[in-house]
Write a protein that binds this ligand. Structure first.
Ligand code: F6P
Length: 320
């Protein structure tokens, strides 16, 4: 393996820069030329590629976002687009491609390496934490801390006004951001896509809390379940208690990565280089029981997420 490429794809996540840095510096340490590919698969198709050196990744470990930029490429979803991308990889002499992103980006890597002679390795970078094969993805921990900071602030104002406060966080199919930040932030209720919730029960909990003397009521809502604005109106109408909605949105995707994400990204970026040096292909790297692992990409994408019932139950018991 003489030359490898690295790109970031899909939604950005804090810690992606730390992963790029690890790829570049580990690659160079092992005598490999590392090419940076800008704007995800779109940039690959367009040949937006440049050679990286140790200083190209100086002063980025602490930065959110991705210095390589990112995109969700429609063209790469087509066979034609992937053929173009492969031709570009060949012209630049890139034999191995490291893709930092989520499941959609991994599917792209899986397809191009099935159709062409290019070795691929996926590094999990998404705040959603929705990749079942790895315990954590890069960016999740930082996003949690961002949500927690917002919860702490909302708690102050909700207590002063004795209001219900709904915090809508990201997570279309996976409720991990809501669940973990809900537990850590002491939320009264956590509503996630993995679990059906009963609106009447929710209102009952709010009313009972008020009667018991609760000064506020904090609800963590994952975006995949529905909008916070509507829920807030419905709750206010039924309980008669003033309710406000806050949608945190893309704030959750930014910010300086936490120590956990920087360390995770450094370990996984370096491991991805090692996997390519071993001439393996169609792999993804991740963290399982505190061990850095690499597994087959088909197996990784087939793995169905097991919902952590015990953790959910704990969050519910502690919220009462
Ligand atoms: O997959 C990451 C994510 O932030 C999701 O949590 C969210 O639903 C989505 O991306 C938002 O996408 P966009 O950046 O295209 O608005």
């Amino acid at each position: 393996m003489k030359t490898i490429g690295v790109l970031t794809s899909g939604g950005d996540a804090p810690g992606m820069n730390a992963a790029i840095r690890a790829v570049v510096r580990m690659g160079i340490a092992k005598g490999i030329k590392v090419m940076g590919i800008q704007r995800g698969y779109n940039g690959l198709i367009n040949g937006e590629i440049f050679e990286m050196n140790r200083t190209s990744v100086s002063d980025i470990i602490q930065r959110g976002g991705t210095i390589l930029k990112t995109a969700r490429s429609e063209e790469f979803k087509t066979e034609e687009g992937r053929k173009k991308a492969f031709n570009v990889l060949r012209v630049f002499g890139i034999e191995g491609l490291i893709v930092i992103g989520g499941d959609g980006s991994f599917r792209g890597a899986q397809l191009i390496s099935n159709e062409h002679t290019i070795k691929t390795v996926g590094v999990p970078g998404t705040i959603d934490n929705d990749l079942a094969y790895t315990d954590y993805s890069i960016g999740f921990d930082t996003a949690l801390n961002t949500v927690l900071d917002a919860i702490n602030k909302l708690r102050d104002t909700s207590t002063s006004h004795e209001r219900v406060s709904i915090v809508e966080v990201m997570g279309r199919k996976c409720g991990d951001i809501a669940l973990y930040s809900g537990l850590a932030g002491g939320a009264e209720s956590i509503i996630i896509p993995e679990k059906k919730y009963d609106f009447n029960e929710l209102c009952k909990t709010i009313i009972e809390g008020k009667v018991r003397g609760k000064m506020h009521n904090l609800i963590l809502l994952a975006e995949g379940v529905g909008g916070a604005e509507q829920l807030s109106k419905d709750i206010q109408e039924v309980t008669g208690i003033e309710t406000r909605a806050t949608v945190l949105g893309h704030i959750q995707r930014g910010g300086s990565p936490s120590a956990f994400d920087r360390v995770l990204a450094s370990k996984l970026g370096a491991k991805a280089v090692d996997v390519l040096i071993e001439e393996k292909s169609q792999r993804v790297v991740g963290i399982k029981n505190n061990e850095v692992v690499d597994i087959d990409i088909d197996e990784a994408l087939r793995t169905i997420r097991e919902f952590d019932e015990k953790f959910y139950e704990l969050a519910n018991i502690l919220s009462l």
